[in-house]
Design a protein around this ligand. Structure first.
Ligand SMILES: C[S@@+](CC[C@H](N)C(=O)[O-])C[C@H]1O[C@@H](n2cnc3c(N)ncnc32)[C@H](O)[C@@H]1O
Length: 257
């Protein structure tokens, strides 16, 4: 594990422990400032009814959007969530793909996987599986899934090209990618780009929209669409540094049929 990945893992291990002790993710700074970029979590199009039925609170989300509303999920679909955290998007997806479908969550942090499995038990969802591994080397065979989702995680990877190649590999032809993530809108200062805590806080690892689009196309994706939502910069809560700007984005792409 490289230095960036280890520092991200350690950060989210601590976050999982804090959530388990009764805090919400953002008491301990998950993706720093995501409330500022995405609005209060309750406004991220999570249905209160669905959450209530799962027995989950909104504090279980560490994301910067809601990828489960960026594409349609159908009964029978197989869904994979890259960096599944406490499991909210996996459990929501699992319910939407019944009957016959399955939702996988992939995360490298043992403490998050434990939390996700507890949430799965509480929600009584039996068509979801949490896998341990990295999003740079997905432990699933080629063409195994219909939809790849991810919520505020790809920015955390040092090798984003590897992540997108892997997402492409595990999708079936015609499969869809639906991602909420942070992107860089105005260049961040080098001191911020080099700060490991800013990396774990979903700031330092962001890349420009054009770079993201090119990486998706290089991986083989078609119909790439990147829509910026809220932006976030100096003066906003959780933002480190005196210049630069980042934004939350809805990212969609398709693997050619
Ligand atoms: C900001 S949280 C988002 C969690 C979840 N997607 C959500 O919206 O609540 C980032 C999660 O991704 C995981 N993660 C970060 N980098 C990863 C990597 N390279 N491979 C696997 N998991 C990773 C962390 O362990 C953490 O659970």
């Amino acid at each position: 594990m490289d230095t960036i990945q280890e520092s991200v893992r350690a950060h989210y291990a601590q976050t999982a422990i804090k959530i388990k002790q009764g805090g919400s993710c953002c008491d301990s700074s998950c993706c720093a400032g995501t409330d500022a970029v995405s609005g209060p979590i309750g406004e991220r199009e999570y249905s209160p009814t669905e959450l209530r039925e799962l027995g989950l609170s909104l504090g279980a989300s560490l994301g910067c959007g809601n990828p489960t509303v960026l594409t349609e999920l159908h009964p029978g679909d197989v869904v994979l969530d890259l960096g599944s955290g406490a499991g909210l998007d996996v459990l929501l997806s699992a319910r939407r793909v019944t009957p016959g479908g399955h939702a996988y969550g992939l995360d490298m942090t043992d403490e998050m996987l434990a939390l996700a499995n507890e949430n799965k038990e509480r929600a009584a969802v039996d068509n979801a599986t949490f896998l341990k591994g990295t999003i740079e080397a997905i432990p699933l065979p080629p063409g195994a899934v219909d939809v790849v989702i991810s919520n505020c995680v790809i920015n955390l990877a040092a090798d984003k090209a590897a992540v997108l190649r892997e997402a492409f590999r595990v999708l079936r032809p015609g499969g869809r990618l639906a991602v909420s993530d942070m992107v860089e809108v105005e260049p961040l200062p080098p001191v911020v780009k080099a700060a490991l805590d800013a990396w774990a806080g979903c700031i330092a690892g962001t890349i420009p929209v054009d770079t993201y689009r090119e990486a998706l196309q290089t991986a083989g994706f078609d119909e790439v669409d990147i829509e910026l939502t809220n932006s976030f910069g100096p003066g906003d809560a959780g933002f480190v540094g005196q210049s630069g700007k980042i934004a939350s984005a809805h990212i969609r792409a398709t693997k050619p049929a």
